[in-house]
Design a protein around this ligand. Structure first.
Ligand code: HH2
Length: 322
């Protein structure tokens, strides 16, 4: 039976977790039948290698400290900030403000992937995103499922790809990632945004997401993408119930054993509103910060957030006081 190894991250002595700010002395060894705690050195050597090795830079940005990815949605219909940045000028100004607040990466998206969102044609998505990217002098990631959009974005100066379909929507995406050498975030999603929240089911959400990401990494590597260039993401809210999201958040450090950096995108999402009883997405900042810090305490390297200034403050204090 397949065994999975989740490092129990802590401050203090132990093996370094992904070359970052945490260590571990013990692991949870998990099977689909149950789990037990074991000493770190009892794990297979290839697992320890994957868990401890420092992660590669993202386009020159080192991942030995938590990094902030600021969200710039040039869409009319994004769930929390849709319709705010529908001109190139407003989007550039917002992106520059996020960079000034401390965003290490700017994630530019031209298609909403909120549950039930409509498909956007390639030409429209390019028209929304490329002029914004051209106007920025920063580390830019393009949030798209479409290789043609990604290619245009790379041509305009983007240095990272962020594919919420995890390479499954457009078969050319993996080839583009391989050819360009750009780091790529491979996110887990169950189904298409249009239908993904209709009764999603898993046998074991944490292990199922792990297995799916592992398969997506294998696929990417087969297309020629270097593993060091892959960043994994559990895809909070993408084909997941509140319980699924919470199980994934609690078990997040399992993903380190894939040997890739981890990105977490929980900012302002519905489960935060449900638990904190806050309807308006832009009022969910405090809840979003709590989830971001919970992720960082499990060694998540990249936080994808709307509220950059608040996240920067929270991280600075978390780092200073732990
Ligand atoms: N979530 C959203 C979009 N892109 N990318 C990654 N890697 N991880 C995520 O969790 C993720 C993502 C959805 O959030 P948002 O961009 O705020 O909304 P919308 O899709 O409605 O534009």
């Amino acid at each position: 039976m397949k065994r999975y190894y989740r490092p129990i991250a802590l401050h203090g002595s132990g093996l370094p977790l992904a070359g970052g700010w945490l260590n571990f002395r013990e692991l949870e060894e998990i099977t689909r039948d149950g789990s037990r705690i074991i000493a770190a050195d009892a794990a297979p050597s290839h697992v320890l290698e994957a868990l401890t090795s420092p992660r590669a830079d993202v386009a020159g940005l080192s991942l030995d400290a938590p990094r902030i990815m600021g969200i710039v949605n040039t869409t009319p219909d994004s769930f929390s900030d849709g319709g705010r940045l529908t001109t190139t000028e407003t989007a550039i100004a917002h992106a520059q403000a996020l960079a000034a607040q401390g965003a290490h990466i700017l994630d530019i998206g031209g298609e909403s992937t909120r549950p039930g969102a409509d498909f956007v044609e390639i030409e429209e998505e390019v028209a929304r995103t490329v002029p914004v990217i051209e106007g920025l002098n920063a580390l830019v990631s393009i949030d798209t499922r479409k290789a043609a959009v990604a290619e245009a974005a790379l041509g305009a100066g983007a240095a990272m790809l962020n594919d919420v379909s995890g390479l499954l929507f457009d078969p050319v995406m993996a080839l583009l990632a391989a050819r360009s050498g750009a780091p790529i975030c491979v996110m887990h999603s169950k189904g298409d945004p249009k239908t993904m929240q209709q009764d999603p089911r898993y046998e074991n959400v944490l292990l199922d997401v792990y297995d799916a990401l592992e398969a997506q990494i294998t696929m990417a590597e087969a297309a020629g993408v270097a593993r060091s260039q892959i960043i994994v993401d559990p895809g909070i809210g993408f084909g997941k119930t509140l319980e699924h999201n919470l199980t994934l958040l609690k078990g997040l450090s399992l993903l380190h054993s894939l040997g890739c950096a981890i990105l977490l995108g929980a900012s302002r999402k519905r489960f935060i509103g449900t638990i904190s009883e806050v309807d308006e997405a832009d009022q969910r900042v405090a809840g979003s910060l709590a989830v971001a810090l919970a992720g960082v305490a499990q060694g998540v390297q990249i936080l994808r957030v709307h509220d950059v200034e608040e996240t920067r403050q929270a991280l600075a204090l978390w780092q200073a006081s732990t």
